[in-house]
Design a protein around this ligand. Structure first.
Ligand SMILES: Nc1ncnc2c1ncn2[C@@H]1O[C@H](COP(=O)(O)OP(=O)(O)OP(=O)(O)O)[C@@H](O)[C@H]1O
Ligand SMILES: [Mg+2]
Length: 450
């Protein structure tokens, strides 16, 4: 796919030279010489990025930015000007421009900036997309987006769901999200870890028992399935269930009734079953350790969570999320992250997936006392695993740049109100001001009481 760029500039020469460069790099270019013409081109072609000259005859670039804001049109804008001044840059940034370049622009810089603007815009606009329904699941990769859609689609049905994926990929998180988005959300969500509860105990845990059902049954006990009535039961590590319990679970799934141990009464239970495993259930079926009929009962909807190494695009967002989370939990200011740290994190293959990443970041946040996370705060095993085959582009992933983009976005959303923007970002106003200063977003003479 070729990205579309709209370039508004009154100088024909500039329009021509830059257009040639952009077309060479596979962009589709539309041009305009005035704001009015630009607006009509924009409405007609819906470009991915706008290159906007500051000084135009009649309405200028700032007017165009104001118009975009008024119309609520969300497009990354790169301002170009022959007169670089901080005030103008700040004004443009306040109005939502992504970047500010001084003419004559270096083609390499321009191309890099466009690439970055478009990719960041995609990150940000995705977050406004459906992912807002999953605030607890941090992800932007296509694979995870598809999972968001599946969750949304199945949440309201009563289908059993089987969630598979390596350890630490977020299976429980997804199970909870399904419950939360379902009509059952105000009823219990009960987690049963089939791997850690011994088999004989698990049966009575799941189905409950009557007083006197066996030696030691001094009281009636309501089982977890019954407790989950009207809600959801999450059977974690289902692959570890014994054949005996598999049979009993299957009977429950077929009849939707349970019998407490030591009772002849059958009790109707309305429970949605979500099962998860990091095992290869298909293989377990072939090997005869997992019942095929149970497998088919559970596998009505299948959600497979890809390992983190197959969705590295999610790493920067996750890093940012965990840095904020652990800084907050440990009462630390949010540290910045050196670019080479992100580089290493992107190159590592994360056998423990998101859980491992969270642990690494927590440790780094605690170890870094200077407000900066650098390589020395990472565990050795991660540093050792530099792979040369990684083709992941870091240009688009500078975390600091992303932070800046997020700050600008928050400020724009709150009408440049620092207190509200800080709230939106989950940091203090003072931290926000420090960051704004760092990113050159504070006008030199700005007053403190906004
Ligand atoms: N996309 C994500 N965004 C934010 N946190 C995540 C994400 N994925 C996983 N986590 C966090 O990582 C940890 C592991 O997730 P979870 O327990 O859901 O994994 P799991 O697949 O059930 O792992 P296991 O198979 O080991 O039980 C949790 O703390 C969870 O909150
Ligand atoms: Mg789990």
């Amino acid at each position: 796919m070729s990205y579309k760029i709209l370039f508004i500039d009154d100088e024909i020469n500039s329009l021509k030279t830059i257009s040639v460069i952009l077309k060479k790099h596979n962009y589709t270019v539309f041009t305009a010489q005035t704001v009015e013409e630009g607006i009509s081109q924009l409405q007609k072609h819906k470009p991915h990025c706008l290159l906007l000259d500051y000084r135009l005859p009649g309405k200028d670039g700032i007017e165009m930015l104001k118009w975009l804001k008024k119309e609520n049109i969300n497009i990354p804008v790169i301002m170009l000007t022959a007169y670089g001044t901080i005030e103008k840059a700040v004004e443009a940034m306040k109005l939502g421009a992504f970047h500010y370049l001084v003419k004559p622009v270096d083609p390499t810089v321009l191309l890099e900036t466009i690439k970055e603007a478009i990719s960041k815009h995609e990150i940000l606009s995705h977050q406004e997309d459906i992912s807002y329904k999953f605030p607890e699941i941090i992800a932007k990769s296509q694979a995870m987006r598809e999972i968001f859609y599946i969750i949304e689609m199945v949440a309201d049905s009563n289908s059993n769901v089987l969630i598979t994926g390596e350890s630490g990929t977020g299976k429980e998180l997804v199970a909870r999200a399904i419950h939360r988005l379902s009509k059952r959300k105000n009823h219990p969500f009960i987690v049963v870890d089939c791997a850690t509860i011994p088999d004989n105990l698990l049966e009575s845990e799941l189905f409950g028992y009557e007083k006197g059902a066996f030696t030691g049954a001094t009281e009636r006990k309501i089982g977890l399935i019954e407790l989950a009535n009207s809600g959801t039961i999450f059977l974690d590590e289902i692959g570890d269930l014994s054949l005996n319990l598999q049979k009993k679970l299957l009977r429950f799934l077929q009849e939707r009734e349970i019998q407490r141990l030591g009772s002849l009464n059958k009790i109707k239970v309305d429970v949605r079953v979500i099962a998860a495993t990091n095992r290869d259930l298909e293989r377990a079926v072939k090997e005869g350790v997992f019942r095929e009929d149970l497998y088919w009962r559970l596998n009505v909807v299948r959600i497979h969570l890809p390992p983190l190494r197959e969705r590295k695009e999610d790493i920067p967002l996750l890093v940012q999320h965990f840095v904020q989370k652990f800084a907050k939990e440990n009462n630390r200011p949010i540290p910045t992250i050196e670019p080479e740290v992100l580089d290493v994190l992107l190159n590592y293959d994360w056998p423990g997936n998101v859980r491992e990443l969270a642990n690494v970041i927590e440790r780094a946040v605690i170890l870094s006392t200077s407000g900066v996370i650098s390589l020395k705060h990472l565990p050795k095993r991660i540093l050792g695993k530099e792979s040369k085959t990684n083709d992941f582009s870091l240009n688009t992933l500078n975390l600091l740049e992303m932070e800046k983009a997020l700050i600008i976005k928050a400020l724009n959303e709150t009408g440049w109100n620092q207190t509200k923007a800080a709230q939106l970002l989950g940091i203090s106003r003072k931290q926000l001001r420090t960051k704004m200063k760092h990113h050159g977003l504070l006008p030199i003479s700005s007053n403190q009481n906004n």
